[in-house]
Write a protein of this length. Structure first.
Length: 105
């Protein structure tokens, strides 16, 4: 009985962690995606120098430098081209527009 409860508790914690991590994913059908050229234009409009545009967790991800020369990773919604997260080389993160700036400890 104790072993079963321990397994259930472990499964609950594991599934909770997966659910939290899944918030960073984009669930957009490919038919609704903006083209890669639109992502490149977004980067140019923001003064970013693009080193790479890739797909990560169903989102576009730009790796490059911002206008100040800092290394950045930007996660973008592929349908709306909304910036979901900007991670700077120093570990500082700017999350979705409606959230406060956060710093990794």
């Amino acid at each position: 009985m104790k072993k079963t409860l321990a397994i259930l508790a472990f499964a609950s914690v594991t599934l909770s962690a997966v659910a939290v991590r899944a918030e960073d994913d984009c669930y957009v059908p490919m038919a609704d995606w903006q083209p890669r050229a639109a992502v490149a234009q977004l980067a140019e409009d923001n003064g970013w120098t693009v080193r790479r545009i890739k797909i990560d967790d169903g989102c576009y991800e730009i790796r490059g430098r911002d206008a100040e020369g800092r290394r950045i990773e930007v996660k973008i919604n592929p349908a709306t081209l909304d910036v979901l997260e900007i991670e700077y080389e120093d570990g500082h993160r700017q999350m979705r527009r409606d959230e406060e700036d956060k710093t990794d400890d």
